[in-house]
Design a protein around this ligand. Structure first.
Ligand code: C5P
Length: 468
């Protein structure tokens, strides 16, 4: 097996890899192994790197944020050196402050080498205090992380002390503070510590951990171990990232996707080339917009989107039953390529070749799920969206379809073989919206299926927001 030299990759890819590894809590090498394994199994890797053409250029200088990391005096301080790396992997700049006690466990030199920044240790350091250094360290950052947060540091904070650089920064802070406590279980359970922690939480200070496990003191175990650096870095990133807008919060979205398989006999079926990618992308985008999403899908080779209730079906009739069972919904999006016909005389046993020639296959029409739901009286979702995959007269056919099916919107796309839409990653769509007798047509440029999904979800959010 060949060795892979990660150093030879270009900077942008290396940065993406580090970020992805950090998010998944793996080393870069392990992350590469996961990607290779998944690629070898011919699957898209989880949270895969976008194709080079679509990958946003990584601006290495564009850091997510800056953290002032206060390292307290405890044996867990050695893990804080790793925390510096974990934060930097997430594009977070780190400026370290070491308490006097911390310097018994780790050196300012090590913290400085890892953070690539000067390390601060003294409140009365003329070099930094000439411009009110402790105020600057408290304010020139987006978050203050204290790791390990010792019982003593927390006691000082809870009581507003400021007799060293760390406590002065914490008292002068106007930024969120995240504490990662670490101490002996007896100290953690001591009434004074319990009081201080409660007071700090009431003051709006965030905490992570401590975890339970073995202590540095031989034979001692219990709650008091500092959270792992990856956990602390993830909690810091969570506090630093502004919450994403959730325009579909409180809405239930029902989506169909993929092809259906219509059995001919126990081993054969009629199918179509739908990959399900567009419907899955819409499900993921609706979920990211805060909706509760139910995805009813025919057989596809895709991973279930995270946070989405996925119901797997085979035939059009199964799909209809599951869709009806999933109602009511606020929005229903029918992206599935449902087979129009099924075999009426489905063989109970495998059909055999005979000298009498080919078996006659009688086809009967499948239920039209979109039309059925659009025409429901009580349970009709307020917004019903269909898809129209056409190979000619796209807009005219889509306009006719919106009326015939009784839905509100149609996403029309040209699926003639030359477009490569079927099974491909890109889509060119027109959104037809019905307003009374009027049908508006909005033609979107060629986009990836994810982009189509995001744009469709924003249109939906604007629509349901307007009618709230
Ligand atoms: O009639 P046609 O198949 O072109 O209509 C496409 C739209 O109708 C899509 O939204 C598709 O999901 C939906 N449909 C359905 N049930 C069917 C056939 C199509 O829901 N049996």
């Amino acid at each position: 097996m060949a060795n892979l030299t990660i150093r030879r990759l270009d900077d942008a890819i290396r940065d993406e890899l580090r970020l992805r590894a950090a998010r998944n809590g793996r080393s870069v090498e392990d992350e590469v192994r996961v990607i290779l394994r998944e690629a070898a199994q011919n699957r898209a890797p989880a949270s895969s790197l976008p194709a080079p053409a679509e990958r946003p250029a990584v601006d290495v200088s564009n850091r997510l944020a800056a953290v002032t990391l206060i390292i307290g005096g405890g044996i867990a301080a050695y893990k804080s050196l790793d925390l510096i790396r974990r934060l930097k992997e997430r594009r977070i700049d780190v400026r370290c402050v070491l308490t006097k006690a911390a310097q018994q466990f780790v050196t300012p030199l090590a913290a400085s080498a890892l953070s690539h920044e000067r390390v601060y240790t003294d409140l009365f350091d003329p070099e930094s205090e000439f411009d009110a250094g402790h105020i600057r360290l408290a304010r020139d950052c987006d978050l203050i992380v204290v790791a390990p947060a010792t019982a003593d540091l927390m006691a000082k904070m809870a009581n507003g002390h400021a007799d060293d650089l760390a406590s002065a920064i914490l008292l002068a802070a106007n930024k969120p503070i995240l504490l990662a406590p670490a101490m002996n279980p007896l100290m953690w359970n001591n009434a004074a510590t319990r009081r201080n922690v409660m007071q700090l939480r009431r003051d709006g200070i965030h905490t992570i951990g401590p975890n339970s496990g073995e202590m540095a003191e031989a034979g001692e175990a219990g709650i008091g171990r500092m959270s792992e650096p990856t956990e602390i870095a993830a909690a810091a990133e969570h506090l630093l990232r502004p919450p994403k807008p959730q325009p579909l919060a409180g809405k239930r979205v029902l989506i169909t996707a993929g092809p259906t398989h219509e059995p001919i006999d126990p081993v054969r079926y009629i199918a179509n080339r739908s990959s399900g990618k567009q419907g899955f992308a819409i499900a993921a985008a609706a979920q990211a917009a805060g909706a509760e999403v139910v995805l009813v899908t025919g057989p596809v080779d895709l991973r279930d989107p995270a946070g989405v209730t996925v119901i797997h079906v085979e035939s059009a009739r199964d799909m209809l039953h599951k869709v009806e069972a999933a109602l009511p919904a606020d929005i229903a999006i029918f992206a599935a390529a449902v087979a129009d016909w099924r075999v009426a005389n489905e063989g109970e046993q495998k059909l055999k070749k005979t000298s009498a020639g080919m078996p006659p296959l009688q086809l009967v029409e499948n239920p039209d799920i979109l039309a059925t739901v659009s025409k429901l009286k009580d349970k009709r979702p307020p917004l019903v969206i269909g898809f129209a995959a056409e190979t000619e007269h796209l807009i005219d056919n889509a306009k006719a379809k919106i009326k015939r099916k009784g839905c509100d919107w149609i996403v029309a796309n040209d699926v003639s073989p030359a477009t490569g839409v079927m099974g491909g990653d890109r889509n060119t769509v027109h959104l037809l919206t019905r307003d009374g007798a009027e049908i508006g047509v909005d033609s979107w440029p060629v986009m990836t299926k994810e982009q189509v999904a995001t744009q469709l979800v924003s249109r939906i959010a604007a629509e349901v927001g307007a009618s709230r």
